[in-house]
Design a protein around this ligand. Structure first.
Ligand code: MG
Length: 370
């Protein structure tokens, strides 16, 4: 299965409402920035990373795919995923100048496209290719009801509605002020009752004293995890927080390498690992993190930069994955949307990784790749 062409693409898809906010970001669109890989079999694979839809930086990713990664792949056998992963990780054009960041996001898109191709060639959904179902159901938790930009009343109503719709887990954003966020958390807990898991996400905004102050107020609300409480790379701070609070600590959506995760595991700094196939260098890298997490008995809750189009396959196939994030912004852009029914993700059926865009999405959301 020889690679004959690699074509980058950019889609900008609107979020729910016109805008959402967390403690550090304000966005109106989700960027689906990736690559189509064509082969001499006639099969094409699609892979993408997830961005905040800034065209200027999205075009740096597509440029990296086209100018730096693609020349190393044309003519190669698309089935050699691990060998090609290492070839790109040692790309002479990039290793000195870009060991993480845009280069990794570009690498992610290609690795995912290769997995998609492998599934299509085998005529199997990716979860089957990864070894089959290790669980009957994948529980979904809803993030889209909990943005910081949602006013209190609407937040409470949205959380209650999600539970009525069948969700047994939700997540709300924190990181504005300790008092406001603690008040909103308690209101949501009251509205959803004691049986629904309720996680919070600080997006790396606060320092350790602020987190400790917040945790003391939040403990009464039975928090499932506190995600990115501190700056993303601060192993020591997360280890301290994990020791000093009763609330489990979660992290990983901004970590680029298995080495970064290894340090958090070794220092017992996190209770939940949240790798993302679109942030790390694709599924190949995330599988390694999931295996390591499992060996430490740390559960994995992948961050959904792919809006779970691909993570749903991982979640059905890997024993470390305990629960999966649901954000519905881009699902209808794909031939097999990642759907939640009665609080659980539907098991994908189509061959591949769930990353094939529809013609309608292509026509409606496509941006210039250059
Ligand atoms: Mg997060």
């Amino acid at each position: 299965m020889k690679i004959t062409a690699i074509t980058p693409f950019i889609l900008h898809v609107p979020v729910t409402g016109s805008m959402i906010q967390d403690s550090t970001h304000t966005i109106s669109h989700w960027g689906v920035v990736g690559a189509q890989i064509d082969t001499d079999t006639g099969l094409s694979g699609f892979g993408f990373t997830g961005t905040h839809a800034h065209l200027a930086s999205d075009q740096l990713i597509t440029r990296c795919i086209e100018s730096c990664h693609a020349p190393l792949l044309i003519g190669e056998d698309a089935r050699d995923i691990r060998r090609l992963w290492h070839k790109l990780a040692r790309n002479p054009a990039l290793q000195w100048v870009g060991r993480a960041g845009i280069t990794t996001l570009a690498h992610a898109a290609i690795d995912i496209a290769l997995w998609d191709l492998k599934g299509k060639a085998a005529q199997l959904p990716l979860w089957k290719l990864l070894g089959g179902q290790v669980r009957d159901k994948v529980r979904a938790y809803n993030t889209d009801i909990g943005w910081l930009s949602i006013p209190d009343e609407q937040l409470v109503a949205g959380a209650a509605r999600a539970v009525e719709d069948g969700f047994t887990g939700i997540k709300i954003k924190v990181g504005s002020s300790v008092e406001r966020d603690a008040r909103r958390l308690a209101m949501v807990r009251d509205a959803i009752g004691p049986d629904v898991t309720l996680a919070i996400d600080g997006n790396g905004k606060w320092d350790l004293p602020t987190c400790l102050r917040f945790c003391r107020l939040a403990e009464a609300s039975n928090v499932y995890w506190f995600e990115e409480p501190l700056w993303y790379d601060d192993v020591k701070g997360h280890a301290q927080l994990a020791r000093q609070s009763n609330i489990p600590v979660a992290l990983g959506e901004q970590l680029y390498t298995p080495d970064a995760f290894a340090e958090f595991f070794a220092q017992q700094a996190i209770h939940w690992a949240q790798p993302d196939v679109t942030r790390m260098a694709g599924l190949t890298d995330v599988l390694q993190v999931c295996d390591t997490a499992h060996s430490f008995r740390v559960p994995v809750a992948p961050h959904a930069g792919d809006m779970s189009q691909m993570h749903v396959h991982l979640a059905y196939a890997h024993p470390a994955v305990a629960v999966l994030e649901y954000i519905p912004w881009i699902k209808d852009c794909f031939t097999e949307p990642s759907e939640v029914v009665a609080g659980h993700f539907r098991l994908p059926q189509e061959p591949g990784a769930g990353t094939t865009p529809t013609a309608a999405a292509w026509a409606r959301f496509r941006q210039p790749a250059h």
